[in-house]
Design a protein around this ligand. Structure first.
Ligand code: UDP
Ligand code: MG
Length: 314
């Protein structure tokens, strides 16, 4: 039987949160009218998470799980989950209960009013480090300025989507998946629902600084060509400065033989400056070329090691 709702939760080393996650989600599942499937995606956890998922599946048939063959990262784990959803309505939420499941009924209500995509937008981030909050604040605003699509600020992956949005996402072949951008790109009727973000229930943050930075760069590069144009602009600027210098030097040579000397220091500075600009521009170019390379290889996005609760694939 096709369920009405599918909840997708990525799990990476979350043994400490799974029991509480299930307890709170199952209360919401009982409360909703219609059937629910809870799809837990194990993203190559190295702790007891997978064991706990197997046990949950045994005790509650609404629970289904996928287990990726290694750690593929949050966005790919969510993508895998979305690929297997059947519900008319799909909700993505984090395993650490920073995205409160109790918000889902309010999101469902908005869906019933005719919205196809409801973003949960965090108004407060309690007890997250100042550094992380600052980074997030700046990043979402830069992205908003540069991106070709309108990605609402301060929205994470927590959202509710209609089947047609999920179908559109699943049809996208790209491997570099920045889900926040992709679902905004899809269109349809979108709205935001503000909520206060709780601190993590237990365990360590799984998004290291490096992973967050990679996600941020991915978001920018996937949804904006402005960084590429940066090279053109700095090139034009350097050309303008060079032209002014040529004119100055000519003037000094011709009309003021005892003019200010432009010595070694200036030349060295110019070399270093232009060298730096060129390297940065090559780096930016590399980000785009690297992505082209990734896409062209056409590898599957993930490999599955185990799953339970799904119809056999044909
Ligand atoms: N996660 C994952 N794979 C990873 C890293 C994180 O599936 O490589 C999951 C993690 O289990 C959690 C969600 O992604 O459910 C968000 O991670 P976390 O809470 O550590 O990051 P936050 O966004 O809160 O900083
Ligand atoms: Mg979290």
């Amino acid at each position: 039987m096709v369920p009405t709702y599918s909840f997708v939760v990525p799990i990476y080393n979350e043994e400490e949160t799974i029991a509480e996650l299930y307890r709170r989600i199952s209360r919401v599942m009982d409360q909703l009218e219609g059937t629910v499937e809870l799809i837990l995606v194990n993203d190559g956890s190295r702790d007891r998470s997978l064991d706990l998922l197997r046990k949950l599946r045994e005790s509650d048939q609404r629970v289904k799980y996928l287990s990726l063959a290694r750690n593929f990262g949050h966005q790919i784990a969510v993508t895998a989950g979305l690929n297997f959803t059947q519900g008319q309505v799909v909700v993505i939420l984090d395993a650490d209960l920073q995205d409160p499941p109790e918000l889902i009924p309010a999101m469902v209500e908005l869906w019933q009013q005719g919205y196809d995509l409801i973003y949960a937008q965090r108004t407060h981030r309690r007890r997250e480090s100042f550094f992380k909050r600052l980074n997030a604040y700046v990043f979402y605003r830069v992205l908003k300025q540069l991106a070709d699509v309108d990605i609402p600020t301060d929205t994470g992956d927590f959202c509710l989507m209609d089947r047609k949005v999920v179908n559109a996402l699943n049809a996208m072949p790209e491997r570099n998946r920045y889900i926040r951008g992709l679902r905004a790109w899809v269109g349809f009727r979108q709205t935001v629902l503000p909520f206060e973000r709780e601190p993590r229930y237990a365990g360590e943050v799984k998004y290291t600084f490096r992973k967050s930075l990679a996600l941020a760069i991915n978001g920018l590069v996937s949804f904006s060509k402005v960084p590429l144009r940066l090279a053109t602009y700095t090139g034009l600027l350097a050309a303008a400065i060079a032209l002014i210098m040529v004119i100055l030097v000519l003037y000094w040579r011709l009309f003021q033989p005892n003019s200010p000397v432009t010595g070694f220091a200036l030349i060295a500075m110019a070399i270093f400056f232009l060298g730096a600009v060129q390297l940065i521009c090559i780096g930016i170019l590399g980000e785009y070329v690297g992505r082209i390379y990734e896409e062209v290889k056409g590898r599957p996005m993930y490999t599955l090691a185990e799953m339970d609760g799904f119809e056999p694939l044909d």
